[in-house]
Design a protein around this ligand. Structure first.
Ligand SMILES: [Fe+2]
Ligand SMILES: [Fe+2]
Length: 230
């Protein structure tokens, strides 16, 4: 048995690993307090409406790149648990892409005319290139750190969109957010199964920190551009 096969073979996760995952989740949450600057809850209605629309346009691109990066990662993920789960995520992300494009068209926009922000492009290029990193680090970065924060971001978006554009809020709440919670749970499962030595825990924690920093840079750039009008 390889040293990493313990939790995966026995189905039992030791207390130390569980505690590590709990602490890392708390560290990620603490990092994000006040840092998701894409929407301003205090902004006047027209500004908020503009920020929401901007967020949706960029969201189309992000869902497409999420599908691309999962597809890029699948061949290098050898752990059977995640080989079962990642194709389902790939399917979800491409469905989100189509749903957001359709909603933008209903709102009178051409979703394919959007030029993605270079900062988001750079973030996804970096993630696709991370295919060579171990499964634990990849899933700690995107699913555990990134998609857990995305769920919080979607919760905020839904709350703020409700009075402004209830149909869009409903779409996010019913057709996107439940899937994103499932994706975040894949990240949690990866940590519980694979972060079973001090060295692996240190690398997983560092991967989350790196991801958080990079995502925050993308959020800040996103907001600067949204405020400038594109
Ligand atoms: Fe998605
Ligand atoms: Fe996702």
């Amino acid at each position: 048995m390889s040293p990493s096969a313990g939790a995966r073979d026995s189905g039992r996760v030791d207390t130390e690993t569980r505690e590590f995952v709990r602490q890392l989740a708390a560290e990620n949450r603490a990092f994000w307090v006040g840092r998701d600057v894409r929407l301003d809850p205090a902004a006047p209605r027209e500004t908020l409406e503009r920020q929401l629309r901007y967020r949706m346009r960029q969201g189309v691109y992000n869902e497409l790149r999420a599908a691309e990066l999962i597809a890029a990662w699948i061949p290098s993920v050898r752990e059977r648990e995640f080989r079962d789960l990642l194709p389902g995520q790939l399917d979800d992300e491409q469905r989100h892409y189509q749903l957001l494009r359709r909603r933008l068209r209903e709102l009178g926009e051409d979703p394919d005319a959007w030029e993605p922000l270079p900062e988001w492009e750079a973030l996804f290029d970096w993630l696709v290139a991370a295919r060579a990193r171990p499964t634990l680090e990849k899933l700690a970065m995107f699913q555990f750190a990134g998609e857990t924060q995305s769920c919080d971001g979607f919760e905020t978006l839904i709350r703020l969109a409700e009075p402004v554009d209830p149909e869009t809020a409903r779409l996010y709440r019913t057709a996107i957010l439940p899937d994103e919670y499932r994706h975040a749970a894949i990240g949690q499962q990866a940590l519980l199964l694979l972060a079973d030595t001090p060295g692996r825990r240190a690398r997983a924690a560092e991967a989350c920190r790196e991801m958080n920093r990079r995502v925050f840079e993308a959020y800040a750039a996103h907001r600067r551009r949204a405020d400038r009008g594109g």
